[in-house]
Design a protein around this ligand. Sequence first.
Ligand SMILES: Cc1cc2nc3c(=O)[nH]c(=O)nc-3n(C[C@H](O)[C@H](O)[C@H](O)COP(=O)(O)OP(=O)(O)OC[C@H]3O[C@@H](n4cnc5c(N)ncnc54)[C@H](O)[C@@H]3O)c2cc1C
Length: 483
Amino acid sequence: MGARKGSQYLETLDRQPREIWIGGEKITSGVSKHPAFRAMAKSMAFLYDMQHDPEIAEEMTYVSPTSGERVGMSFLQPKTVEDLIKRRKMMQHWANYSGGMLGRTPDYLNSDLMALAAAHEFFGRPDKRFGENIKNYYEYIRENDLLLTHTLIHPQANRSVGPSKQADPFLAARVVDKNDEGVTIRGARMLATLPLADEIMVFPSTVIKGTRDDMPYAFAIAIPTSMKGLKFICRESFAEESKFDHPLASRFDEQDAVVIFEDVVVPWDRVFLLEDVEAANTLQEVTSGIVFMTQQVLVKNIAKTEFVLGVVCLIAETIGINEFQHVQEKIAKVIMLLESMRAFQRAGEVDASPNRWGIMTPDFKPLNAARNLYPRVFPMLRTIIQQLSASGLMALPTEETMKNGEIRPDIDMYYQAKNTSAEERIRLFRLAWDIAGSAFGSRQELYERFFFGDPVRMASALYNWYDKEPYKERVREFLRRLD
Ligand SMILES: Cc1cc2nc3c(=O)[nH]c(=O)nc-3n(C[C@H](O)[C@H](O)[C@H](O)COP(=O)(O)OP(=O)(O)OC[C@H]3O[C@@H](n4cnc5c(N)ncnc54)[C@H](O)[C@@H]3O)c2cc1C
């Protein structure tokens, strides 16, 4: 099939029954038409259609080594730095479409899967079939251009103990049975962004390490989201109808769900790692999966920072505050962040080298620093929008009020700005509110803080992984110097 069109994605979404719970309702079919999901499904369809836009199709796709069809560029297993740049350019097209507000554009997990498949020998060590499985799965997803989500974390019941020590051994998803048919999984995982995906990867955490007791919880599998026994319990929807009122929430509510496995039987060809705590603990690092996910995340973060920079500059000019020094200083902070992220990205590419599985891999040092820095600084971007906008974020009549002829002349008069009409100003500030204030905007902050893992444990992992010895030795040498 090769790179899908939007209509093909929507058709698959509606054809595959699944169990999604939202707002007290159980949805099993027609997901793409449901008010909570239809806007997001349409946005996702647009992303897929971009792969066929004649102006960028060459950048979005490449020729599959097996089928000869054009397939998504994020599946490319890079052999050179030029390949890495091709991957990055493709990702930029998708990230810019949403101003970086979408976390689960398909390239995020395509990148992970691409790296996992290149490292198939890692999976094949205990059992050759697992290595074949990950390779075949990658090719299946690539050739059919299927959309992936993932879930890595055990339920947040009692964090002072691991999954095996919870009040109920079946709280966290675990292996309950193995037979000729496959592996049976029971329990829950959190969180899975984008229940509108075709498939879900259920993998070990990138940060949290298991112990010997956690063997039944240590596995890596992937299954269709329509699999019997799989349930998604969604948070409330932030999807809004009016594009005027909520320019982002009306398009990009990806949704987040807790996933329940009610004795889901995973066929053997979808099992990549089983009851192997040591392999689970090292999987993302050894395979370089984490590096390629970070490459994608950095592209998204740059797109997001660029978008926010545009918003704050327009706000400042619109209400005539751009000449004030503290305003310029705040906008300069956004520029500093943007240029730092770009520098991290470039350093990752320039110092790339082949990993042990033979694919060209960005240098993880700058990328790891970037992925640890962004959760700490993204909240600052929302704060700056609030500081510059002040009450402008509350002077926001809705689309309905704007349409009312009786009050509209007052709005046109009293909401005008230095260099824009009232309507233009309201549109801009509504966008700012959707980043800095609304439920959608608050979720963006929580997402950036946590989606890649607990920032505290990520920083600890960075500390333990980073080679600090040369710097310690430099100081020791300095202290030894007598002159
Ligand atoms: C919007 C959003 C979308 C997400 N999407 C996905 C997704 O698609 N797929 C996915 O797999 N995950 C997803 N996640 C989940 C993400 O992986 C987790 O939020 C992250 O790993 C942290 O885990 P937690 O939320 O369970 O927090 P917890 O681990 O419960 O942490 C809560 C607090 O306790 C502290 N804490 C807990 N345990 C320890 C410890 N041992 N040592 C030190 N401090 C500790 C943490 O620092 C934190 O302050 C998403 C999260 C969010 C917010």
